[in-house]
Ligand binder design. Sequence first.
Ligand SMILES: NC(=O)c1ccc[n+]([C@@H]2O[C@H](COP(=O)([O-])OP(=O)(O)OC[C@H]3O[C@@H](n4cnc5c(N)ncnc54)[C@H](OP(=O)(O)O)[C@@H]3O)[C@@H](O)[C@H]2O)c1
Length: 288
Amino acid sequence: MWHADDCQSNLLFIFLAQSGWCMNRDIIMNHLDEENTLQLKGKVALVTGGSGGIGRAIVRKLARAGADIVVHYRNNKAHADDLVKALTKEGNAAYAIRADFSTEKGCSELFAEANELSGGVSLLVNNAAVRTVAPYMEIDSDSLNEMMAANLNAPFHLIQIFAGQLPEGRHGAVVNIGSIEGNLPAKSHIHYSISKSGLEMLSRAVALELGSQNIRINTVSPGLINREGLELDWPDGVKRWKETVPLSRLGEGNDVANAVLFLLSDQAAWITGQNLVVDGGMSVCPAW
Ligand SMILES: NC(=O)c1ccc[n+]([C@@H]2O[C@H](COP(=O)([O-])OP(=O)(O)OC[C@H]3O[C@@H](n4cnc5c(N)ncnc54)[C@H](OP(=O)(O)O)[C@@H]3O)[C@@H](O)[C@H]2O)c1
């Protein structure tokens, strides 16, 4: 009997298999491949904001790891439907569901439909967010409430519903998509920054409470992620970013998706309440 963390026995079997002493080389190598590959077979993942740029990369990554997928969208039905069509063609079960997170009702209706269609969600990625830009003095209570409802209140409610519907004894995992702006404020983004800062604390606080129910909750905090037209829309910002960031490039949706996959997989089975920063090293840059 092998265990994922039994490094010594894995090394022994690699030696036996490679040296030809063992008859069942293929069985052993397949076993080792499975252990060392991030897998989500038999799981159903609900990805909020799956119609958006990073959401689409996350959806594709989780589907390739074997998960069935519920793609949430608000207005962009076309993107969500295209994604579902592509995943279904590749052999995944996939569903698109619309929901608006300005109210708690939007969250509960999404979950009820997701469970009915998929048979039961066991992985949740809170990725949807409002990202409007406005100077502090111009942020009125409507835009503050809109931001907080989607970026903080919705993840709060969705994790609660998720934990409530998970059958007893079943393991669950949640990743909340934060931002480096949760720790480093940016001008004209104060409502966004405080929503992301709150989201990171939500992950930590809920991880503390739900650990005994076998539910893990982590945050992935991206830096600047590339999208179509970004360099045209914000040439000086992108230039400054590339000149400063240690790894000398913009992030890609896939960089975020890789981190999400790891944290949802069993290989992160003993990781909860953490914040994985995916920013090419920007947050370790000194300001002087
Ligand atoms: N892009 C970056 O550089 C960057 C950097 C750091 C962190 N992040 C974080 O990464 C995540 C994804 O960002 P992104 O760049 O992919 O954003 P995006 O392309 O703008 O997508 C946002 C998604 O959220 C959904 N959404 C927005 N408001 C909603 C609401 N009130 N109710 C329900 N759904 C709502 C949108 O749905 P519809 O389009 O269907 O309406 C869309 O699917 C966000 O949490 C963001 O804060 C992004």
